[in-house]
Design a protein around this ligand. Structure first.
Ligand SMILES: Nc1ncnc2c1ncn2[C@@H]1O[C@H](COP(=O)(O)OP(=O)(O)O)[C@@H](O)[C@H]1O
Ligand SMILES: [Mg+2]
Length: 148
């Protein structure tokens, strides 16, 4: 679960993951704890998403961040939390039309590889909260923004 902007993924057990949705007491406990910990930073409302099992490739970033400009993927980096600089190359053909429908010039998508081999968007940003991985230079990102 998360609010409209952030999860509390670092407090996975107590404020993020709901193991059994039909367990009303457990569900209430996790949601309450999340709201409590968010304090005044709670944004929008509460979002519950179906859990998906992602692959855990060794020595490769678990999530990839794709930086889009005008509906085209322009830069691929590991997610900024990833200690690894090594990446898998995600297939983007099924994601491009969805990004284009957003109608935003600048978009980031965080992608994870599901264990059945499908690349899934786990988070979308408009750039304002999109950190850059340590292996990427600010110049590279600036070139993306001003380049042809
Ligand atoms: N549907 C899902 N199933 C399983 N794990 C998920 C799912 N959605 C997100 N996650 C995991 O939770 C983490 C945090 O979710 P995310 O939406 O990226 O929130 P945050 O804004 O806190 O980064 C993701 O990096 C991913 O590892
Ligand atoms: Mg995230």
């Amino acid at each position: 679960m998360k609010d409209y902007v952030k999860s509390r993924k670092h407090e996975w057990e107590q404020a993020c993951f709901i193991p059994e949705l039909t367990d009303a007491a457990g569900l209430t406990r996790v949601v309450r704890r999340f709201v409590e910990l968010q304090e005044e930073f709670l944004a929008g409302g509460i979002v519950l998403r179906a859990f998906e099992t992602f692959a855990k490739p060794e020595s490769v970033a678990a999530e990839m961040r794709v930086w889009w400009l005008d509906g085209e993927p322009r830069l691929l980096t590991p997610h900024p939390d990833s200690p690894s600089e090594r990446m898998l190359l995600p297939g983007l053909d099924h994601i491009r039309p969805a990004v284009q429908r957003l109608g935003c010039r600048f978009v980031t998508t965080d992608l994870a590889l599901r264990s059945d081999g499908v690349w899934r968007v786990v988070e979308v940003g408009d750039g304002q909260v999109s950190d850059l991985h340590q292996s990427s230079s600010r110049g590279e990102l600036a070139a993306l923004l001003v380049g042809p």
